[in-house]
Design a protein. Sequence first.
Length: 551
Amino acid sequence: MAPALLAPSVAPALLAPAAAATDTRRTAAAPTLGADPFTLGVASGDPAPDGFVLWTRLAPEPLAADGAGGMPSRRYQVAWEVAADPSFRRVVRRGQVSAGPESAHAVHVEVRGLVPGREYWYRFRTGSRGAAHVSGVGRAVTAPAPWALPRQLRMAFASCSNFPVGWFTAYRHLAEEQPDLILHLGDYQYEGAANPAHLRPHAGPETTTLAGYRQRLAQYRTDPDLQAAHAAAPWLVVWDDHEVDNNYAALVSERPAEQAVFAERRAAAYRAYYENMPLRRTSVPRGPGMQLFRRVSWGRLATFHMLDTRQYRSDQAQGDGWKTPGGGYDDPARSLPGLAQERWLLDGLRASGARWDVLGQQVFFGGRRNATGAATTVSMDSWDGYPASRQRISQGFVDARVRNPVVLTGDVHAHWASDLYLDYDEPTTPIGSEFVTTSITSGGDGYDDPTGTHPWMPDNPNIRFWTNLRGYVSTTIEPGAMRVDHRCVPVVTTPDAQAFTRRSYVVEDRVRGMQQVADAPLAAAAGLRARRALPSDEQVVADTIREETGY
């Protein structure tokens, strides 16, 4: 069978600007690349039963201020190969693509024709024999056949990796687990300007231009721990806000003064995001729009409904932040994912035959009210700020008789676990479960309450667990149960911290609600100490709100 070779399609939005015009003359030979162009590593994503997306980007000078990664304005041929073994003795697919300046020399290859439900290894090569460069090796996994019910899926999910405030040690531990699939739920990078006081300062000013976003994403991808996580398994990526601008809503900027140019900024951010992620051609951006929500099935075991809760949402009520409910926040016309995406999700839930239906999304889904002050407040950026939208989705779980609905969440820089209800004022029988991953680094060094209790929990009986340590979540999904391990590192301001499992839950097939099966407070973990002591309840609340709002 001929190798499956799909060159990346280039939409008008990805055409090179005039200042970076490509010399396409047949006699215009591309200069030899002296330095290693594979400084950003390799990645795979969006697995299907017969293949997956492969990604790399040529960037011998990744922090170049023009965002071009030190590449000449020429096209370069990049060879790729996929093997059935890590030593590449059995190469099963190979091909060649052309990488040019219109996409910052990014490479997206959609490989097809592979065997369902098995491991593969891949790599890239560019240059002639006398001056060739070969990338590192990545591991990818194809999804099972649509009719298969696999014995097990090992899936991990993460979010919120802020480069300046800490080391990406949690990514390294995630990679060492060698999961079958990794979900990244947003805030892959942060837009803030360089600050010399930070542990690892950003390069360049606040990201607002295509060159700036390209440079920033390249800086993040130089991190060896992040590269290891990308090379370990295929990723399903979705964004949150910081890939563009803090707490933006659709085409509404966080700062009104920037509103006139926000569409241009969003277009630049979306273009750079696509260039730097292992996404299919269906996600090639067009201007300030990009198709990101999508569905990926793992045989009959699980369906992942990956949501985009930024691009189409109604603006946050009452100017955002934690506010007293009101100001039209419960208007049925308002939607967090947008009404069209709501319909897409509900249609998918009704049609699903999966054992587990998993929503991969960004902001807290379950109810959380802050009743510790003079007035009760809720987050206007989360689903609490869009109660009619949440009610439609929650009722959809019930009406579609979804066998096992599970919501996975990022954004809030802390581990949480919550039962889901139709009515959080009168919680009776759970309708599903929500597991929230803490950040990789955002928030810096954290702290842990040995009881796993947040000050809000007495007023929110649906919440089962909280800790303010950094880390990620590992899961094992089987036909009969889903196990969820909240993984933590005690510190992020020093590298190579040891990881441990803070708490574990199991959700059994057809059983609503979660069961705690393990608990290991940091104080009881041998040889591990947090850098920060547990503060007062008032400070915990203040920290929670600050980390979720940015102010």
